[in-house]
Every structure is written in C-alpha cells, then in structure tokens.
Design a protein around this ligand. Structure first.
Ligand code: SF4
Length: 211
C-alpha cells in the first residue's frame, strides 16, 4: 500500500479511537489520545497511557514527562517531529493509575494497526507496561524492566521487522535522579545508535512518490 493508502487507513483509525467505547476508560476521558508523528517515521515511541495534560489536549507526552522526553530526544540530536509517539492505551486512566490488563487488551488492536500502518524499524517502549505489552505482542517472555532495559531484540510485529528496546518511562525518572541517569544512558548508548541506524536506511516520503 502506498503512503496515500496509509493516510486514509490512518484517518479511519484515528476517528475510531476518538469515538471508541471498547473499555470503561471512555467514560472518564476528556479526549482520547491516538498518537502523533509522521506516518513514514522509522522510529516509534510507545508509552503507557495519557496523563492529565494529554487528556486535556488530546496529544501524547505534552506534560512534564513529555518535556523530559523532548529534552532526551534533543540530547541525542533527534527532532520530536521526526518520530511517531503513542501509548499502549489511548484514554487516561482516572487518577493516572496503571491501565488494567483488560484495558490494555481492549486497546491493543489500535497499537497493532498503528504498527502495521507506520511500519517502524525501531520501537522504544517507555516503562514496564509498554515493555511488557510489546514483548507479549512479539511472543517474548517478559520478566522485568530491570532485565529488559537497555537490550535490543529483533522481533516481528504485525509482519514488520522491528528492533525493539525498552527503557524507563520518563515520568518515573522525573523525581528520581538515579533512574534519570540510567534513562539518559539508555538514550545515549542504546537508542541513539538504533535511531541512527534506522535513519540511514531512510523510508520513502510522499515527495519520493510524487517526483
Ligand atoms: S482506552 Fe482504548 S479501548 Fe479503551 S476506550 Fe480508549 S481507545 Fe477505546
């Protein structure tokens, strides 16, 4: 399917998410948060769930954890606008609690379709819930974020060959200097080389098709 076909499929996906009532989280959300970024992005970041600011704005990672993510990206020379950013669940759990297994399952089809449309070469899972969800989607056994973080695994997700890595969620590192140091180390030593490798093999843009 060409880029234009993908755009159409993506628009349908976004409108389904915005009107979704598949799990109880729809009753307390202000806005569902599908995700954002270019559809030809080589790199996808997957967090846990929208928080308060995200729920109000309808955009992912716009609160204080989002600001930390922006600064981590800029520390490795990556523009936020060049990557696709989403969450495992698209609606805010009340009080920022963790999403339940049922909610993650109910929402999982949307993440699968995002991967199938965007076909990222690299996925960075932010936090335990995102790491566990993506490991399970890839048929891998999840033990803990401590053992998964900093490792890169080659997996197939929705028929797409992906290099998957897991690090801490920026929200967990906001008030924990030790975790923040490890998170910065993962961005520098693991995520930066992965992104560099993915962008060397650049994916075609709409302009390529129009040339
Ligand atoms: S969290 Fe996902 S499954 Fe639940 S209502 Fe929102 S979009 Fe639908």
């Amino acid at each position: 399917m060409g880029i234009k076909g993908n755009e159409h499929e993506y628009e349908i996906l976004v409108s389904e998410i915005l009107g979704c009532t598949r799990c109880p989280l729809h009753t307390s959300r202000t806005k569902a948060v599908p995700g954002e970024g270019p559809l030809n992005a080589s790199v996808m970041f997957v967090g846990e769930a929208p928080g308060r600011s995200e729920d109000l704005e309808g955009r992912p990672f716009v609160g204080s954890a989002g600001k930390l993510l922006d600064s981590l990206l800029s520390s490795i020379g990556v523009e936020r606008s060049s990557v696709y950013i989403t969450n495992v669940v698209k609606c805010r759990p009340p009080g920022n609690r963790e999403p339940s297994d049922e909610e993650v399952r109910a929402c999982n089809g949307y993440l699968r379709r995002q991967i199938s449309i965007i076909k990222p070469r690299v996925i960075v899972a932010l936090g335990r819930i995102a790491g566990r969800t993506l490991y399970e989607m890839a048929g891998l056994r999840w033990s803990s974020i401590r053992s998964a973080r900093g490792r890169v695994v080659r997996v197939k997700l929705e028929g797409v060959d992906v290099m998957l890595t897991v690090t801490y969620h920026p929200a967990a590192a906001l008030y924990n200097p030790g975790l923040r140091e490890e998170l910065e180390g993962d961005f520098r030593e693991v995520i930066a080389p992965l992104i560099k490798g993915a962008s060397v093999a650049r994916k075609p843009t709409l302009e390529d098709f129009l040339r």
